[in-house]
Design a protein around this ligand. Structure first.
Ligand SMILES: [Zn+2]
Length: 160
């Protein structure tokens, strides 16, 4: 949504990028490194999430960034949410390519997902970019468990 924070994750933060996407945040993953992350942050006015203090400290113009204190994804996610809260919308964005998912009418999932899934899944989503079809629990059950642990007791601060 307009006004929600948009992120770019530095290399090494692939797991955090996936978690943020799952929660609905517009998140680019700069897999090739901090130089790419910095470029994207400046080009697209995204908040750079990084563990790398040195690289961009003296960069002009300075990117908007958040220096993550922990190596652990759970703590990183909590830090992001405390500084840049956004409404949590789990399962609304493609974990692979970051596109917002479209809901797919049940009939259109027929023959494109395993029969058992077609019979039992409550709803389906389609990624308009990479054409993947997903459904609740498709590859997210483990992720959901990790996220609910990470977010336990977290009260995000109001936006600055
Ligand atoms: Zn996709």
């Amino acid at each position: 949504m307009a006004g929600d924070p948009r992120f770019v994750c530095d290399a090494m933060l692939g797991r955090l990028a996936r978690w943020l996407r799952y929660l609905g945040a517009d998140t680019v993953y700069a897999r090739s490194g901090t130089r790419e992350a910095l470029h994207i942050a400046l080009q697209e006015s995204r908040i750079l999430l990084t563990r790398n203090r040195r690289y961009f400290q003296n960069h002009t113009p300075p990117p908007k960034f958040l220096l993550l204190a922990s190596d652990r994804t759970e703590a990183q996610l909590r830090q992001v949410l405390q500084h840049h809260p956004f409404p949590l919308r789990p399962g609304t964005r493609c974990l692979v390519c970051n596109s917002p998912l479209l809901s797919l009418p049940r009939e259109e999932a027929r023959g494109r997902v395993p029969f058992y899934v077609f019979q039992t899944a409550p709803r389906f989503h389609l990624c308009p970019e990479c054409r993947r079809i997903t459904w609740p629990g498709s590859h997210t059950r483990h992720l959901e468990k990790q996220l609910s642990r990470a977010l336990q007791g977290l009260i995000p601060l109001p936006p600055p």
